[in-house]
Write a protein that binds this ligand. Structure first.
Ligand SMILES: [Ca+2]
Ligand SMILES: [Ca+2]
Length: 501
């Protein structure tokens, strides 16, 4: 055989073989591609706990806080230890988180700015759950996620809701007898608490947990976004007696307060807080310790509900392919700065809880300043959905990958028009609409006892942070005259709408 001819024949055969192989591989790939499911997107379990400050085991804000389920979640996730709310109040905080836009952009500053869809900018806004709906997710929820008129939950955002789109929580049966149960009338009876002689299964929050758990036990034919909103430890602090019994009254540790703490805050803030007056009422009634006990009890009850959901997730087929995010919408004062509740720009009111666990990412603790506004872009990136232009937060995925990363951008909280606070890793800088300022150094003063805003040596700190104050301060959805008087108008004592540019 002629070597050349032979070589030619081999070469031809090789070419035929290669061509056949290529065609076969192409066919195989085509077949595999045609039959394979599209890349599975992770599910999202989105958990809110109302009014939970840092009195948790993992954040260490109170030595007696007992939150074993939250702590376990935090240990398996990234715990953001310096999280600020967009606004220290349910409605503006949640509206900002769920629309991705600041209160100063939308004009939703107040508890009473509902329904928030009435704001021009939010009329056609696509909310976080709605965005997941638009991208093929099955989106459902139970409990308090949006703050809304009569607990309704913005039908555009959900495929379904429990108990219904009109009522986000089952009604808790009130305790027998007449309010107030705590022993005194505090803020016209709004501040109240009591241990209940009933099983936890009869509580609305437990029923929300039960509903979410049932969802996690079901088969799902597409990725899900499941929202779970717990109402406790929001007022009134009613919880089964077994939770109160875990915190014997004579052993309750009270928060550290400085008696003359308000002396160096701005006059407007001092007036506003004292006008609220609930802490003075609590003290006068001799019930400070009882109130702390009730809050700790309600927090442990909420944690128990959380545990029910997390255990069900862990035992489900979705354990490994579900992003878990847990957040609270604002902090709470218990007498620090003579203040009682949220609605202030100090750290006790603005610091909230944020935990994010994503498949494939190692647990860690991030101390960079972050904001609930960052959640919207974070969840889109984690789920592999297209980024949404116009959101005012930033994705936290870089901090989920590298928790020790430094962040230049401070975290913004807003309370009423043009009253803002910026939190960096070290500083908390508050500027009210009338120009009054407070500056606290968290490295030396974690309780925010010493306002150093007027000290010349810190002028450069303020100058560095100030450009982050928003340039836009939208007019409130409704005028202040439409507001109730008293505590609900505190927001305008500090920053009257007339002072807004
Ligand atoms: Ca709240
Ligand atoms: Ca002080």
């Amino acid at each position: 055989m002629h070597p050349g001819r032979c070589s030619l024949q081999v070469s031809n055969r090789c070419r035929q073989f290669r061509a056949g192989l290529a065609a076969w591989i192409a066919l195989l790939l085509l077949t595999v591609t045609a039959h394979a499911a599209p890349a599975a997107r992770p599910n999202v379990l989105f958990i809110a706990i109302d009014d939970l400050n840092d009195w948790t085991g993992c954040l260490g804000g109170h030595p007696q806080a007992r939150t074993p389920n939250l702590d376990r979640l935090a240990a398996s996730a990234t715990l953001f230890t310096n999280t600020q709310c967009p606004a220290p109040w349910c409605n503006p905080s949640r509206t900002a988180l769920l629309t991705g836009l600041r209160p100063s952009t939308t004009g939703i500053y107040h508890h009473q700015h509902i329904p928030w869809r009435k704001a021009e900018l939010l009329k056609d806004a696509v909310t976080l759950p709605q965005y997941f709906r638009q991208h093929g997710y099955g989106v459902t929820g139970a409990g308090k996620v949006f703050h809304h008129a009569n607990e309704a939950q913005d039908p555009a955002s959900w495929d379904s809701y429990w108990p219904s789109q009109e009522r986000c929580m089952p009604r808790d049966k009130p305790p027998a007898g007449k309010r107030p149960f705590c022993g005194a009338i505090i803020r016209d009876g709004e501040v109240d608490w009591a241990p209940l002689d009933r099983p936890k299964e009869e509580m609305a929050d437990w029923q929300v947990a039960e509903h979410i758990a049932a969802q996690l036990k079901q088969p799902h034919d597409r990725p899900f976004f499941l929202a779970c909103g717990f109402f406790r430890p929001h007022l009134p602090w009613f919880a089964p007696r077994e939770y109160f019994d875990q915190f014997p009254l004579d052993q309750i540790v009270l928060p550290q307060v400085k008696l003359d703490d308000l002396d160096d805050v701005s006059p407007a803030a001092r007036t506003a807080v004292r006008a609220g007056g609930a802490f003075a009422e609590v003290q006068k009634a001799g019930l400070w310790r009882n109130a702390v006990q009730a809050y700790l009890a309600c927090t442990t009850f909420a944690d128990d509900c959380l545990g029910h959901v997390l255990r069900t997730l862990d035992e489900s087929p979705y354990a490994k392919n579900t992003i878990v995010v847990l957040w609270s919408d604002n902090g709470w004062h218990f007498g620090e700065k003579e203040h009682w509740e949220k609605v202030a720009l100090w750290e006790r009111a603005t610091k909230c809880v944020l935990v994010v666990r994503a498949p494939g990412l190692a647990p860690g603790r991030a101390h960079a300043p972050v904001n609930l506004l960052d959640l919207y872009p974070t969840l889109l990136e984690l789920a592999g959905l297209p980024a949404k232009p116009g959101l005012e937060g930033d994705s936290l995925v870089p901090w989920l990958r590298e928790p020790s990363r430094v962040r230049a951008r401070p975290s913004l909280s807003t309370f009423g028009p043009n009253n803002h606070a910026l939190r960096s890793e070290r500083w908390h800088f508050i500027r009210y609409a009338n120009g009054d300022e407070e500056l606290y150094d968290h490295w030396s003063d974690p309780n925010e006892w010493v306002n150093v805003a007027a000290q010349l040596q810190f002028a450069p700190v303020k100058a560095e942070l100030a450009p982050w104050f928003p340039q836009t301060n939208a007019a409130p959805l409704y005028a202040a005259s439409a507001m109730k008087t008293g505590r609900d108008s505190l927001i305008y004592l500090i920053g009257s709408p007339q002072q807004v540019k």
